[in-house]
Design a protein around this ligand. Structure first.
Ligand code: C2O
Length: 635
């Protein structure tokens, strides 16, 4: 196959994407450059980590992950720090080289060792169909819309807040007790945005809402939200303009590469038609706005069929993460239109349809309406079975989310009471398990005996624990633990996962009398989940506690969407099903970077001993990596 080559020289640069200058990670001097490859070609990306070792806590190095790629047979290049490879240390380089067999469509690449993704280390990743292959739809041209959150602090420093021990004197239903990083300061469209009004950059942009005791974004008097800054003379930042020609149809590749906010994207005056979700085709669905959660991609068609002019592109936080989160605004500009902007965004956040997420009761999100229009070639899943039959090793896995208080005094997100947090070894887990499938269980014991941190390590993959998460009524651990939660699967296993989103820490007595729109709603959070190595069928979503008798029949086992990133609604559940057909060790995690940092992740180990041997040039882990609890040790 032909080779498509890129060189990534990764350095730190000062940039002011929203008028506020800060350090970001750039590739060859550029923020978020795209990677494009034709299906079937070999992709080669030579990554040089030229980030100074003393740049805020980046000393552990970086990796690059190809989000949405199944990486079948090329699992060593999945780019998950300490799982498939050690991070590339400062001053070193590593070459990702693999044949791209993925579905043509829209993906993104991002750092995946520590918090480097939040510091801008990501960009679009486009797989083009091979020559002669049919396009997914008819369109004249295409545009990429890369969306992200922008924090004014460096991510590793922000994450330090998440490591503070819990303070029992602050047992209130506020984010204060949750050691939250807060909402981003701006939303960027293709790297462009505005931090409120740039004229106010010197402070005074925030106030404390006395009712909620939560910092909210400053709102100008008489406005319902912060409006885009409109001063062409401002040198530090500019608005993103998407230019189109009247009469043409555009494929817009929307990517949510952010770290917190679930966006609602509306093109004023235009409907769009969703044709693909996470790169796989869906039955076309026409919508006025698209809800796109972290890690998700939607390919939509936009017809430039309105009078030539300027139309706002509104990128707003859905209500789930809306509290205090700013909006992002771009302009859809028809060629030849004069450059006078509409006075205000046509859709104010408070008037944007939120697809029923305003209440806990209704889910009418487009996500729930999507059907796969084609079953991808080579994918054999029992989607027509309403009952899963055990003989072919079908697992029903129940994963319950909550936050836990570790003995160290820290709050962590946990799945089945296990917060997957920390790095067990100086060798990537995939290599350890390939050589020795019992590895993690023994490490856990040693850690328990010799561990100087007061974190109780446990491995859910211990023989006595592995069944704990199956649907056999076994109890989950009754005490919260930090460790490596993983589940061992056999090649060919069919796995159904029921993900139950329970209340977060201190949430039991939260007051929902306001329909969840008040101060308490952040404590019950939605989670955008992503899985590596496999796509899965999203069989259904619901509110409340999943009930096998009541909810089984509502699952779509005929033509569910086939995705790699999906939403688990707050106080709700989602059911996915996949076939473990890819040997290796694969992560499933929340794509809120802060939640993943806090432990909301787990691994599926699929006969890693049958995977190819590791490439000989994988980076070495730092010598102090044993029982490394991330860039910070518990304090
Ligand atoms: Cu986009 Cu595990 O990540």
């Amino acid at each position: 196959p032909a080779t498509t080559s890129y060189v990534f020289n990764i350095t730190v640069a000062q940039r002011a994407p929203d008028c506020f200058a800060k350090g970001v990670l750039v590739v060859n001097g550029e923020m978020n450059p795209p990677v494009e490859v034709v299906q079937g070609n070999t992709l080669e990306v030579v990554v040089y980590n030229n980030i100074p070792e003393d740049w805020p806590l980046m000393s552990e190095g970086i990796t690059i992950h190809w989000h949405g790629f199944d990486m079948k047979g090329v699992q060593w290049y999945d780019g998950v720090g300490y799982l498939t490879q050690c991070p590339i240390p400062s001053g070193a380089n590593f070459t990702y080289r693999f044949q791209v067999m993925e579905e043509p469509g829209t993906y993104f690449w991002h750092g995946h060792a520590g918090m480097e993704k939040v510091d801008s280390l990501f960009g679009p990743l486009i797989v083009l169909p091979p020559p002669g292959a049919p396009a997914i739809a008819q369109y004249d041209d295409e545009r990429t819309l890369l969306l992200t959150d922008n924090y004014h602090g460096e991510a590793t420093l922000l994450a330090a807040a998440l490591n503070r021990p819990f303070d029992p004197d602050k047992i209130t239903n506020t984010s204060g007790s949750f050691n939250w990083v807060g909402v981003p300061q701006s939303i960027l469209l293709n790297g462009h945005g505005f931090y409120g009004d740039c004229a106010l950059l010197d402070g005074g942009n925030f106030l404390v809402d006395p009712k909620c005791n939560v910092t909210r974004q400053w709102v100008p008097p008489g406005r319902s939200s912060v409006l885009p800054y409109n001063a062409p003379s401002n040198p530090g930042c500019s608005r993103y303009n998407m230019t189109v020609e009247a009469g043409k149809t555009y494929r817009i590749r929307m990517i949510n590469a952010g770290s917190l906010v679930f966006y609602t994207v509306c093109f004023a005056g235009h409907n769009v038609t969703i044709v693909a979700a996470d790169s796989f085709p869906v039955t076309p669905l026409s919508v006025s706005c698209v809800d796109i959660n972290l890690g998700q991609r939607y390919d939509v068609l936009l017809e430039a069929n309105q009078p030539a002019g300027n139309y706002w592109i509104n990128v707003l936080a859905t209500n789930t993460t809306r509290m205090g989160a700013p909006g992002g605004y771009g302009v859809l500009r028809y060629a030849g239109a004069n450059e006078t902007l509409p006075a205000d965004p046509i859709m104010q956040p408070d008037s944007v349809p939120m697809w029923g997420l305003e209440t806990f009761e209704a889910i009418t999100l487009p996500e729930a309406f999507l059907n796969a229009s084609t079953i991808p070639q080579g994918t054999v899943l029992p989607v027509n079975e309403t009952t899963l039959v055990p003989p072919n090793r079908t697992h029903i896995l129940h994963v319950t989310f909550s936050t836990v208080l570790l003995p160290s005094g820290q709050i962590r997100w946990a799945m089945n009471n296990v917060a997957t947090y920390g790095t067990p070894s100086c060798t990537p887990t995939l290599a350890q398990l390939q050589a020795d499938p019992g590895f993690l269980a023994r490490e856990a014991l040693q850690s328990k005996q010799g561990n100087s941190t007061n974190v109780d390590m446990v491995q859910s993959g211990d023989a006595e624990r592995v069944t704990m998460y199956l649907d056999d009524g076994s109890p989950t651990p009754s005490y919260p633990v930090a460790g490596q939660e993983y589940m061992q699967l056999k090649l060919g296993d069919v796995v159904e996962v029921v993900l139950q989103n329970n209340a977060a820490w201190l949430n039991e007595d939260a007051d929902y009398s306001d329909g969840g729109l008040g101060c308490n709603r952040t404590l019950r959070e939605e989670h955008p989940f992503h899985m590596h190595g496999h796509h899965f069928w999203v069989l259904g979503h619901g509110i409340g506690v999943y009930n096998e008798t009541a909810n089984r029949t509502s699952l779509n086992v005929v033509n569910p969407p086939y995705r790699d990133s999906f939403t688990i609604f707050k106080n709700g559940w989602s059911v996915i099903r996949f076939k473990a057909d890819n040997p290796g060790v694969w992560m499933m995690h929340c794509h809120v970077d802060w939640h993943m940092f806090m432990g909301q992740k787990m691994y599926f180990s699929v006969e890693p001993e049958t995977a190819p041997q590791p490439p000989s040039d994988l980076p070495q882990c730092p010598s102090d990596c044993l029982y490394n609890f991330g860039p910070f040790t518990p304090d």
